[in-house]
Design a protein around this ligand. Sequence first.
Ligand code: ASP
Ligand code: MG
Length: 408
Amino acid sequence: MALVVQKFGGTSVGSLDRMRNVAGRALATQALGHQVVIIVSAMSGETNRLLKLAHELAPVPSAREMDALAATGEQVSAALVALAIEAQGGQARSLLGHQVRILTDDAFTKARIKAIDDRRIRETLARGSIAVIAGFQGVDEEGNITTLGRGGSDTTAVAIAAALQADVCEIYTDVDGVYTTDPNVCPSARKIDRISYEEMLELASLGAKVLQLRSVEIAMKYEVPVHVRTSFSDAPGTLVTKEDRSLEEVTVTGVACDKNEAKVQILEVPDRPGVVARLFGALAARHVPVDMIIQNTSYTGALGATDVTFTLSKTDLARVEAELEGLAREVGGQGYRVDSEIAKVSIVGLGMRSHAGVAARMFELLAQENINIQAISTSEIKVSCLIAARYAELAVRVLHDGFGLGAT
Ligand code: ASP
Ligand code: MG
């Protein structure tokens, strides 16, 4: 007997018929002799609809009330799926975040899980029932309802699987697995059978939207095997797991593209100690995470000037753009320049650790298409290049096929 956690995303519970399908799948799993815990998202489109209502009433709605509102989407799904299971002759019990007691901090709209009490889930399973848990929501120390950020049901599922030491956490979504790149951009993209936590973490942080980033962090920390698959067929999807030998044989596993960043250049700042510290200290104080940073040594002698270039999200740029001129002057610079028409394309793969020349091959492939590289950053298992946004799709296709990721 295994303990199986199954998470169903918005499209998988998008209608009563689809909920019946979810109920059937859970009951079939139980009939094999397993214990089943289900996590559900809100019906597709529901969270957006609720958030829009709040924004119509108030331009900047209170985060506490936003969470009280948004959490209702998952409450509806959990109750309906439990009813669908009972309608098919099974036994089920819905549980909300506060009923399980998924304890979070009080950072409304982006709360983090602190502890999960597994007692009520275990009791439900011991009675032979299926536990149907509302994803995305928790409760803080004071009893306020919190939510875990967009896509947070993934995190609920993996955290519950970790707390219960489940044998597997199946994530049912509207795609049938994790792909080598976005199939809408690159028709030769392939489904990946197995991928390591590290690679999935890079891909999720580089904008691949299959799994919420936080859920992958938790899966890696507690070594929860995650199976990303579709609820519309029985085909196996992608297994996210510990790295093993067979994973290492492939140099590049996936290609990602992120168009949500903008590039800022602070012009002609004095090249001396402390300047960069002040610049990025000021951004950190405004809670602006910075991604790539480039600073050359001075171009006019020992104590000359240089440009400092960095990237940040377009949303954060909108927040701080008005302050950039002042900030540049404050550090002795001559102003700033912004470019929002950029894209970051990245290649990710564990095999890079043991293969030389992967970055060089990437630059060569981009050069063959005459694509200029504006900045580069690397990690042990990733190389990212900043390029003009208009070449993003071309770059993805060229890298994907150049590294032999296409279907054969
Ligand atoms: N319903 C929430 C959202 O749309 C959480 C989730 O679906 O994972 O972001
Ligand atoms: Mg999702």
